[in-house]
Design a protein. Sequence first.
Length: 391
Amino acid sequence: MRVAIIADDLTGAADTGVQLARAGYRAAVAFQGAPVPPAEDLDAVALDTDSRAMPAGFAAKRVLETVRPVRGAPIVYKKLDSTLRGPVAAELSAALGASGRDRVVVAPAFPAAGRTTVDGVQLVRGVPVHETEAKDDPRTPVREGHVPTLLAAAFPSVVSLSVEDLADPAAVRRALERSVCIVADAARDEDLEALVRAVPGPHYVLWAGSAGLAVALGRVFPGPRAGEKTPPPPTPARKVLVVVGSLSGVARGQLQSLAEYGCAAVPVSGAEGEALGKVREALSGGACAALHSAEDRISSGAGDVAEALAEVVGVLSGEGLFDALVLTGGDTAVGVARRLGAVGVRLEGELEPGIPVGTLIGPKPYRVVTKAGAFGEPGTLVEAVETLLEG
């Protein structure tokens, strides 16, 4: 195993792991609690701790338990949410302690997805993250967008590096000599690549960032299959089921575009039988259908919407009504995949920046696109469906 990634949710594990797949690594995601896929089949594995919504202490314990078995990998990477959701500082401190490294390099920017870091502040398309819809996340609201401040409780000494500093490898190395934790600004992929090149060696530090830093690592340290011929495209799907659990405004706009495309959109709000009948009818008469959580989960009466969505998908799978999936929202994605008996996802490629395509590892190896709720453009779900239908 050349690279071990530890992520706090499934979509984050996948969108980071796929950057290594694109760079010539055989990469997969393993769900929390599932065995790591055989090392002889993979060069990189992304381990989902499913800890984003957990209290800090419990999340840290889970990260510790996950990192220890893979600390011997030459590159150990702690995936951070690009909008800083979850107990970021607690998980990062635990990962560093378990990794055997004595320094951590933090760079949460993902320029291709509109996430940049300026003066230590994480921005989403130019807006401080704590002023975006992330501040109203129903499970993990974001209150702090200044990364050094966010990490100060876990790391007494945090050094910030500007993009100008990154252009001077000596400045980066001096920062590593005097501080356990360095936080790097980045506005472009080139800034992240400069950071990676400036660090004395990939095994020397714990790397921490979103998918953007993984892109840079893959470019500077390509995998053993970089440059090999692209395999032939897979068999086109006949029927695609889209499942949207995220309440993000981006995801809801994409769902609207999908409905305008002609894909029936059916809410699940506790009345699973009614939703099942509507989706069954849509898939019988068309090439796609979409299940989604109700707009207002509290008033919907559904105790666990992710579980309800997964249950409907399980029934439809048993009836053979679809042969490919698009899953939006981390909780939704892992809930559906587990309901289908999967233990992970083998990563193949990328639909758009941070939106991977892969195959479920398990008894029902559906091709699958996974997507964080706030990722993508208005037509992303339509593009995902068309990609799966075309093979």
